[in-house]
Design a binder for this molecule. Structure first.
Ligand SMILES: Nc1ncnc2c1ncn2[C@@H]1O[C@H](COP(=O)(O)OP(=O)(O)O)[C@@H](O)[C@H]1O
Ligand SMILES: [Mg+2]
Length: 252
């Protein structure tokens, strides 16, 4: 379980995250939605231990993450950043191998290689696995980063806008594999999404953020509602029901 306690991130006098309490129990797929600048990436960055909160704590399975050893943390929680650029000239397989670092410390065993094979296959990059990242399309590169996180094989996996640059088929494919991770492997997945229909379709829970605060939190049918979305995005969005699930009509 991940617990956030009076978590705040401030830059100067600008508070960009202000969350009194939030619990993410084990299991399930939680989506975080909200406009640009809402604080979604800052929130995930603090949960992943990449940025220190100005105030408050992130507690992972009962322990403040500042007290969890980096190796142990990396075997329990993986994070795909929104801006995952890498300067070194690496192949897809090299990159995915980084996901095994918390286990292998750089000496990849056969067991590590099997995890890498599996992750590469899940994102459909077997044909490109020996290609350099700078030889790939944006979407292929994004899938390589997703495979790196999957290879880390952690109980908790956080993805900040993982569908960026993906075509519709691969976006659907990634959401399906995240759902499978939840249902078949009991993973806990937290994902920042901009596509509200993907969030509505695939999430167990949706957290809506605006101006650093959580303004709605619940199952899709409780959050994907006209009155909530209008306030969240400052625009009129029509929600229709399709097969018992809410769907946003962007042109409504
Ligand atoms: N390093 C930083 N220094 C100053 N302001 C920052 C920094 N990082 C983020 N911010 C600000 O924090 C707010 C939230 O940013 P972010 O968490 O990236 O939002 P989101 O991911 O929801 O688009 C924005 O107003 C952004 O300008
Ligand atoms: Mg962001």
């Amino acid at each position: 379980m991940i617990e956030l306690r009076t978590l705040r991130q401030c830059y100067g006098d600008h508070t960009v995250v202000d969350v009194d309490a939030l619990t993410l129990p084990e299991g399930g797929l939680t989506s975080i939605i909200g406009p640009n600048g809402a604080g979604k990436s800052s929130l995930l960055g603090m949960i992943a231990g990449l940025q220190s909160p100005t105030q408050g704590q992130v507690v992972l399975d009962g322990q403040d993450i500042v007290r969890v050893k980096r190796d142990s943390f990396a075997r329990r929680l993986a994070f795909l950043r929104q801006d995952n650029t890498i300067n070194a000239r690496l192949t897809v397989r090299d990159l995915v191998g980084f996901g095994r670092y918390p286990y292998s410390k750089g000496r990849l065993t056969d067991h590590d290689q099997r995890h890498m094979d599996h992750a590469i296959a899940l994102v459909g990059l077997e044909p490109q696995q020996h290609s350099f990242l700078d030889e790939l399309s944006g979407g292929q590169r994004q899938r390589a980063f997703i495979a790196m996180v999957l290879a880390q094989n952690t109980g908790y996996a956080l993805f900040d806008e993982p569908l960026n640059s993906l075509d519709i088929r691969h976006a659907v494919g990634v959401m399906h594999l995240l759902r499978r991770a939840v249902e078949e492997h009991d993973k806990t997945v937290v994902v920042v999404l901009h596509d509200l229909n993907f969030a509505a379709r695939h999430s167990d829970r949706i957290i809506a953020m605006r101006d650093g605060r959580i303004v709605a939190d619940g199952p899709p049918e409780a959050v994907i509602r006209t009155e909530i979305l209008d306030d969240l995005y400052d625009m009129k969005l029509q929600v229709v029901q399709q097969c018992g699930r809410p769907m946003v009509d962007m042109f409504g």
